[in-house]
Design a protein around this ligand. Structure first.
Ligand code: NG1
Ligand code: ZN
Length: 442
């Protein structure tokens, strides 16, 4: 991982299965499918310099041909339809067997330099992926498609976001923010709870309904709020700041909270954990090893992995990675849970223009008072909320000025500014809504 002025970046890395050494044979790499995840990830990386070197589309074929169904494999096909040129095989081998991320990055850099492959300013290349119908093929394709997907932590490592580096189809960085982390955790926990809810105890009772609660602030992207609602989850809102979120989440058996900016964790009530522990240890033999038993053990494992005391991005990274593995998802697949609405945040540092609406000229952020967990933005100064609503288009009966528009203002708790948040169906609309509301308060 790389350390930066403001924090750390983790670069995705697929670990090798210990003790395994693979070599590129007559039909590429071929082995038991369960150990090939890291190979596909690395062959996916190798495909890019190969395509750049020969300046042509190349192919990755994921198959183990006539081998038994539990095997799988990958071969690189040059445009002629032939196999990967033999002089690249040693590189394929060393890349596949690299033990750590530093070695992997070093090998790529060295090889690219030796082969004189121009990467700076290079045109994007096309890599075609194909697989046979083995069920392991699906997740192996995902592994090959993984980019240097990355995680970013802030300076004191209590905030975590992921991002996807630009690709050919999208030339902007895709931010996978705290809302998406929350959604991923929520899906996983909900899945385990629904498996568990089928459990009956030795007496034939199902005596504990776990209360799962999601806690957010006014800042989650509207698309994430819709998504969580659609999952049928109980969502409550608090004012901005981890202390409010944490307090609310602690009221549930399992409370998940995240701010869009990456602060967050999962809280488990002692009572619920004790119940789960007792249930798993006292389980009748018939239930040992059952799906219900496994789900209970997974929840207990999550409660030990995630740091419940305070937002801890390192434990967050581990949980994200474990859940993605469990689901067989790539970061892209995770990111596709829903598509964020374009949004814009601005800061307004004084309230000069408010004098139009309000007879006293206010220079102080405390003049803006909010309610309803800040979702209904400003209750004072008088008239400001109506002005924001008019700008957003809520007060227009026929035309909606900004489709899917939402905007609120609140005084920052950490800087001497008023924050303006706006979202709408297009980036231009979100920008213009934020700007015009900022003008109201600036
Ligand atoms: P303020 O300055 O109150 O908006 C910011 C973040 C909070 C939280 C605190 C630090 C936004 C919009 N606000 O608060 O979420 O992270 O800093 O505790 O991201
Ligand atoms: Zn921090």
């Amino acid at each position: 991982f790389l350390s930066t002025e403001f924090g750390f970046w983790f670069v995705n890395f697929e670990m090798l299965t210990p003790g395994v050494k693979l070599s590129y044979g007559t039909a590429g790499f071929r082995a038991d499918a369960s150990i090939l995840q890291s190979t596909l990830y690395r062959v996916g990386i190798l495909a890019a310099p190969r395509a750049l070197k020969i300046q042509s589309v190349i192919g990755l074929m994921i198959t183990a041909s006539h081998n038994k169904v539990s095997d799988n494999g990958v071969k690189v096909a040059d445009p002629s339809g032939g196999m990967l040129s033999q002089d690249w095989e040693p590189f394929a081998d060393t890349l596949t067997n690299a033990r750590d991320p530093q070695q992997l990055v070093h090998l790529i850099a060295e090889f690219v330099e030796n082969e004189k492959i121009a990467v700076d300013g290079a045109k994007s290349v096309e890599i075609l992926l194909a697989r046979d119908t083995r069920s392991s093929g699906e997740s192996l394709v995902e592994a090959a498609k993984q980019l240097f997907r990355c995680a970013s932590l802030d300076g004191d490592a209590d905030r975590l976001v992921y991002f996807i580096v630009p690709s050919r189809s999208s030339n902007k960085i895709e931010l996978v923010d705290g809302d998406k982390i929350l959604s991923l955790f929520a899906i996983f926990i909900k899945e385990q709870l629904s498996i568990l809810s089928k459990e009956i105890d030795v007496n034939g009772n199902n005596d504990y309904q776990c209360r799962l609660g999601i806690v957010q602030t006014a800042y989650p992207n509207g698309a994430s709020m819709d998504y969580l609602k659609q999952l049928g989850l109980e969502v409550t809102f608090t004012p901005t700041g981890v202390k409010y979120l944490h307090e609310k989440a602690a009221k549930y058996d399992i409370g998940i909270y995240f701010e869009a900016n990456g602060h967050g964790t999962i809280l488990f009530s002692e009572h619920y954990l004790r119940w789960l522990e007792t249930r798993t240890t006292e389980l009748a033999d018939a239930f040992k090893g059952s799906e219900q038993h496994k789900a209970a053990l997974r929840i207990l494992a999550v409660s030990e992995l995630i740091n419940q005391a305070v937002g801890d991005a390192l434990s967050g990274v581990l949980l994200v990675e474990v859940i993605l593995k469990h689901m067989g998802w790539s970061i892209q697949r995770w990111n596709e849970l829903y598509q964020d609405l374009p949004s814009r945040q601005l800061k307004a540092s004084f309230l000069g223009h408010l004098s139009i609406l309000w007879s006293v000229k206010v220079m102080d952020r405390t003049a803006v008072v909010t309610e309803n967990a800040e979702t209904v933005a400003a209750v004072t100064p008088p008239g400001i909320q109506e002005a924001i609503d008019a700008e957003t288009g809520f007060s227009l009966l026929i035309a909606v000025k900004y489709p899917r528009g939402r905007c609120f203002i609140r005084p920052s708790g950490t800087e001497d500014v008023i924050r303006v948040y706006a979202e709408a169906s297009t980036q231009n609309a979100a920008d213009s809504l934020a700007k015009s509301v900022a003008k109201l308060v600036d």
